[in-house]
Design a binder for this molecule. Structure first.
Ligand SMILES: Cc1cc2nc3c(=O)[nH]c(=O)nc-3n(C[C@H](O)[C@H](O)[C@H](O)COP(=O)(O)O)c2cc1C
Length: 324
């Protein structure tokens, strides 16, 4: 029987970070976390020659493919591609505030047009895949519950089951995407309130969850949490998630983690940059004393593409440091 998918603990979509390689590592470290791809523009998804590399899934389910776009036909095609690549979910990005994304008419600026977002969601819907949404609370400097409620009300008409809410507004001009993750204030109460109003929809809380204790305690009030920067900065936090959040056995950190990961990336060396392939794993040195020695050695090996030496060094590091 197929295991029921849990969205209790989700790793947020992050461009430049939640690559297929990072997701491979995340899955090695946690069986139960729900993963996301980076946001991929529908046009790239449909027309890019390197689509295979961008959206490779390699059975790292449960996993969502996040797309950015607002053209109905493209979204319907994107949904079919997500099915072909064995994704469990297709998610529409209605939260990214960057200028480039606004120019392409997708991301957070779509919150201005709730009817269009509803049409987009309907285009993504298909009985073979879950179509979901990631949005903000609203736009601009002022928080306005009515705006948020009216937006969600319109989207609820599609029968949507899961909405991820980055619980702050997006400010579309005058601040950077990074500023948009810190400056607009967080408001978890809006998410609590909307969740009570729409009990048929599961709302997953995102924004500012910067340690696992906080994630665990928020799960007393919310059905799911989504965590971004905490995992970006140190993916090895995920080795605690199955135990702490899902009450399962904790993962033993041993050389099989490294072997597993290298087995996946080695065949990709011919067409992918060694840095992109290895960067998720190099966070293993996060807050390890004297880590510069390892890092500089790995840098030298990377320049010479000596992948086997890097693998040996990481195995040695794990056995000496006993990271578990
Ligand atoms: C480097 C980076 C890239 C991001 N890229 C995306 C993206 O592709 N799609 C998206 O919906 N959100 C993106 N986000 C926002 C995150 O998904 C998340 O909503 C945000 O970081 C807040 O969660 P956190 O406080 O746990 O980091 C990105 C965030 C970061 C830090």
């Amino acid at each position: 029987m197929k295991k029921e998918i849990s969205r209790k603990f989700c790793v947020a979509p992050m461009m430049g970070y939640t690559t297929p390689y990072a997701r491979k590592l995340y899955r090695i470290l946690s069986n139960n976390s729900f993963l996301f791809s980076e946001m991929i523009a529908t046009k790239s998804l449909i027309y890019s020659k390197s689509r295979e590399n961008i959206i490779d899934n390699d059975f790292n389910n449960p996993v969502a493919l996040q797309v950015g776009g607002s053209e109905i036909e493209d979204l319907a095609k994107a949904s079919k591609i997500a099915i072909d690549y064995n994704y469990d979910e297709i998610n529409l990005n209605v939260g990214c505030p960057s200028k480039a994304v606004q120019k392409g008419s997708f991301g957070a600026c779509l919150m201005r047009d709730k009817i269009l977002v509803r049409n987009c969601m309907e285009a993504l819907q298909n009985d073979r895949i879950e179509a979901t949404l990631k949005c903000r609370l609203g736009l601009g400097k002022e928080l306005n519950y009515e705006f948020f409620e009216e937006f969600i009300d319109e989207i609820s008409k599609t029968g949507i089951k899961f909405i991820y809410v980055h619980a702050r507004n997006a400010i579309l001009s005058g601040i950077t995407p990074q500023g948009n993750r810190t400056i607009p204030p967080l408001n978890y109460d809006f998410v609590k309130k909307i969740k009570n109003q729409y009990p048929k929809i599961t709302f997953i809380l995102n924004g500012g969850i910067n340690n696992l204790d906080k994630a665990e305690s928020l799960l007393n009030e919310f059905d799911g949490v989504m965590v971004g920067r905490l995992i970006k900065n140190n993916p090895f936090i995920l080795k605690e998630v199955d135990k702490k959040i899902f009450k399962e056995k904790s993962l033993l950190i041993d050389e099989s983690i490294i072997n597993n990961y290298f087995e996946y990336i080695k065949p990709k060396l011919d067409f992918e940059s060694i840095f992109r392939l290895l960067s998720p794993l190099l966070n293993i040195f996060f807050s390890v004393p004297h880590n510069k020695i390892y890092k500089s050695k790995i840098n030298d090996y990377m320049k010479d593409r000596k992948i086997n030496l890097i693998e040996e060094l990481l195995i040695k590091f794990i056995s000496e440091k006993k990271l578990s």
